[in-house]
Ligand binder design. Structure first.
Ligand SMILES: [Zn+2]
Ligand SMILES: [Zn+2]
Length: 574
């Protein structure tokens, strides 16, 4: 239901949209027209199919109507009267029949009458003609049910003023240019193949290399920060998931069991139980804690096909997972260092703004109340200690423990959920995880689940959009192209290539029979950080002609000088 002023305007615009459609396409049957983020839509069953070319016509008609200063009049009528009024509108009749109230509320604006609870503006005078736009059409099943007819959904956006609208449209255009699904194909990084399966991305050589670069950095940083690496298989026996509680509480996200020699196995939706079984292979002492165990663990979770989206919403993905087992008194320190570690890594990838959220105990929970309080305090302590701004979501924690979520903001200001740090009172209990404390007694350690990047798939998708495919040099799968001007320079190009690859640089020689300018243009489209043009002059001077992706031609440079420049950039991860 619309509440703020702009939402009321947006929803009123939905009525105006329907009124305009009704005037242009007589015989249209109307569905519903709610407010959505930034705008509104209206679903209708049109007598003829609509094309995007019809949208300006509809928008023009809306403007005509708005200029007439049409008043919105609210009226309550009996259901019987409403049925008579909407006798030619089958979708409205369905809605009237579903009404729980005795009476129906209708809104009249000019000749257009709609079944609606409101609220609405007093008159179309309140609508800023320069601050709305009809944007697109899509198909939508009536009531969201695919057994029902497909209606035409017409979308619009509206803001307080023209500036906000222009900003929004500019951002939208920018977001389209950065769409990782398109860039993924253009830059030959990955694709999703219907023949292989929805939500299961296939990584091409350059995409697989990009992922490897991310993973190598991730592994290196974890080893430096006191983590050990684990590996666990992709399937495990059903009994394990029954014991962990996933089979009861998480089944809707899990795939059906498979049969292996009359034993049921499940494709893993999580890595935790495997890590716990490794913990339990030894008697652990307080001296061993904290144990920090990390795994780039591939998991599979069911997502409806309708919500799948490129790399950011998939059915199989690799979590950058870790589990820390620590003594209760170590918790504050562990959370503190985990947040620090996570933020440092995100910063290195170029994300410097975050939304941080602390979620506390929900109604239904496991574990002792005093442990929840202690754990929540530890999370708060760490956030405060680092002077981080955060918001508290009361009751939004998982049933097994409180958590911290960090969303990163990309270059367009969009927020993406990546880091999650969760405390778990459930699994240690279920698996009787223990350590021997200083008094020689068995005690339950605290288990922390955490992922810093979230998943490699999603994070790579976000990276592609953040950089619009123009990755910093250290991340670029191909860091430079060598472009020999003529065939006679191929030998020198090879020599340059050998010299550079000896410094672990990633290069390609582009010696196709194309003009130099055409090859440079292609390199720009492929967002290659450096292009090294080599001809007679360069060969003679043991140099390369350097084109920087951002600055263009930066002149001739000795090979050693270029190596020094690029390796420094890579080292600094700039
Ligand atoms: Zn309404
Ligand atoms: Zn876990």
């Amino acid at each position: 239901m619309p509440s703020s002023e702009i939402e009321i305007i947006r929803h009123s615009l939905a009525h105006v949209l329907a009124a305009a459609v009704r005037e242009i396409f007589s015989g249209t049957k109307f569905g519903i027209g709610p407010v959505i983020e930034n705008g509104f839509y209206y679903d209708s069953d049109l007598p003829i199919p609509l094309t995007p070319e019809d949208l300006p016509k509809i928008e023009k008609k809306m403007r005509e109507l708005i200029k007439k200063n049409i008043a919105f009049e609210k009226q309550k009528i009996s259901k019987e009267e409403a049925k008579k009024l909407f006798k030619d509108q089958p979708y409205k009749l369905e809605l009237i029949n579903e009404l729980k109230e005795k009476e129906a509320t209708i809104y009249k604006s000019g000749d257009f009458i709609d079944l609606c609870r409101g609220p609405h503006i007093k008159s179309t005078k309140e609508i800023n003609l320069d601050a709305f736009k009809i944007t697109k059409i899509a198909g939508a099943y009536w009531q969201g049910d695919e057994k029902n007819p497909m209606l035409t959904r017409i979308y619009g956006v509206a803001f307080d003023n023209k500036k906000d609208l222009d900003n929004y449209l500019k951002n939208l255009e920018e977001a389209e240019k950065r769409d990782h699904r398109q860039l993924g194909q253009k830059l030959d990084l990955f694709h999703i193949d219907e023949e292989f399966g929805a939500g299961l991305p296939l990584w091409h050589p350059k995409g697989a290399l990009l992922r490897q670069i991310i993973e190598d950095y991730w592994i290196g940083e974890h080893l430096k920060n006191g983590y050990e690496l684990l590996r666990t298989p992709h399937i495990a026996r059903l009994g394990l998931w029954q014991k962990s509680g996933h089979w009861d509480f998480y089944r809707e996200n899990m795939y059906s069991p498979m049969d292996i020699e009359n034993e049921k196995y499940i494709v893993k939706p999580m890595n935790c139980p495997g890590h716990i079984l490794i913990y339990k292979t030894h008697i652990r002492s307080y001296r061993d804690l904290p144990l920090r165990w990390a795994e780039l663990g591939t998991v599979y979770r069911y997502e409806r096909s309708g919500v799948l989206h490129g790399l950011t919403r998939v059915r199989g993905f690799t979590q950058d997972d870790a589990h820390t087992f620590c003594a209760p008194e170590q918790l504050g320190q562990e959370i503190d260092s985990t947040i620090k570690f996570g933020l440092k890594m995100l910063k290195t990838f170029g994300f410097k703004e975050y939304d941080i959220c602390l979620s506390t105990r929900p109604e239904k929970y496991v574990g002792a109340l005093k442990n929840w309080e202690k754990a929540t305090k530890a999370l708060e302590y760490a956030l405060k200690k680092q002077g981080l701004k955060y918001q508290v979501d009361p009751g939004e924690g998982v049933f097994y423990g409180p958590k911290i979520d960090i969303k990163i903001k990309d270059s367009l200001g969009r927020a993406w959920q990546c880091t999650t740090i969760q405390i778990d009172f459930n699994l240690p209990e279920k698996f009787a995880v223990a350590y021997v404390n200083q008094k020689g007694k068995k005690q339950q350690p605290i288990m922390i689940h955490r992922a810093l990047l979230g998943s490699l798939e999603r994070f790579t998708g976000v990276l592609i959009e953040h950089y619009a495919g123009a990755f910093p040099v250290w991340l670029s799968p191909v860091q430079a192209w060598i472009i020999p001007i003529a065939n006679r320079h191929n030998k020198y190009a090879d020599k340059v290539n050998r010299q550079l690859t000896a410094h672990n640089l990633r290069l390609e020689i582009k010696n196709e029979n194309e003009t130099v300018s055409k090859r440079i243009r292609e390199g720009e489209l492929q967002k290659i950080p450096y292009m090294l043009v080599v001809g007679d002059k360069e060969e003679k001077a043991k140099s390369v002609g350097v084109r920087d992706r951002k600055k263009g031609d930066i002149g001739m440079m000795k090979i050693e000088k270029f190596i020094e420049k690029i390796t420094k950039e890579i080292k600094n991860k700039k």
